[in-house]
Design a protein around this ligand. Structure first.
Ligand code: NI
Ligand code: MN
Length: 227
């Protein structure tokens, strides 16, 4: 079965496995690049990488409307339950869990995680998905770290990496990340949403494809790729 990955701008991904719809970091309200309205999004599971507003985003509203189960670290899980989310599954870094649609493991990420109201959000994370024999690594918000090589050793089909700089890896470090992970394909994210993270994704694609064997998929917000 084909897995369809749609980039909804910033760090937000919609992964349609054929069996389930997974929504990662649904930042729609207040996102100038969002290609869809909050009320139009369907989700069976929502994954939240860390507590910042541009990642928690519309999680509570979408979870309440769709009945989706929210996957996050334990601290954000507790906060979401207190906000009125009914179905949530806590995990933590290094831990994986088998869901009906496949498995997801939480990876390290070097970043912050305070929640919008100042609550403690634990440590930020990335996600390594195992779906129908394919592996998708969504780094979420992070700086470069050498342990990306360990993630790459699993054989990554699609890496989703920030290139925006300022808050996360910029183009130079993201290119180094591609060299550590060696994914078949990479999708650049977390750029152009705000003035301080403007980047030329097509220029980055040229550099990556000159220096590595990885294919770069530059998507417009709302565009999809198939795995
Ligand atoms: Ni952040
Ligand atoms: Mn962010």
């Amino acid at each position: 079965m084909t897995i369809n990955v749609t980039w909804l701008s910033h760090s937000c991904l919609l992964i349609d496995t054929g069996d389930a719809t997974l929504l990662v970091d649904p930042f729609i309200t207040g996102n100038p690049l969002a290609p869809i309205s909050v009320d139009a999004i369907q989700a069976d599971y929502i994954l939240v990488s860390h507590g910042h507003g541009d990642h928690v985003g519309d999680t509570v509203a979408i979870a309440q409307r769709t009945g989706a189960t929210v996957i996050s670290n334990f601290e954000i899980h507790n906060w979401l339950l207190a906000q009125g989310v009914e179905k949530a599954h806590p995990q933590h870094i290094g831990g994986g869990f088998d869901y009906p649609w496949g498995r997801v493991k939480l990876t390290i990420a070097h970043h912050g995680s305070a929640l919008p109201d100042g609550s403690y959000g634990g440590n930020p994370c990335g996600f390594l998905f195992y779906i129908q024999g394919k592996k998708i690594y969504h780094a979420c918000d992070t700086g470069l770290f050498y342990d990306m090589k360990l993630i790459g050793e699993e054989g990554v089909d699609l890496a989703v990496l920030p290139i925006g700089d300022n808050f996360t890896m910029g183009p130079d470090d993201s290119l180094r990340a591609v060299k550590l992970i060696e994914p078949a394909c990479v999708l650049p994210i977390h750029y152009n949403t705000f003035d301080v993270i403007q980047q030329d994704a097509m220029a980055w694609k040229t550099r990556v494809e000159q220096e590595t064997n990885t294919k770069v998929a530059v998507l417009a917000p709302g565009e999809s790729l198939a795995l």
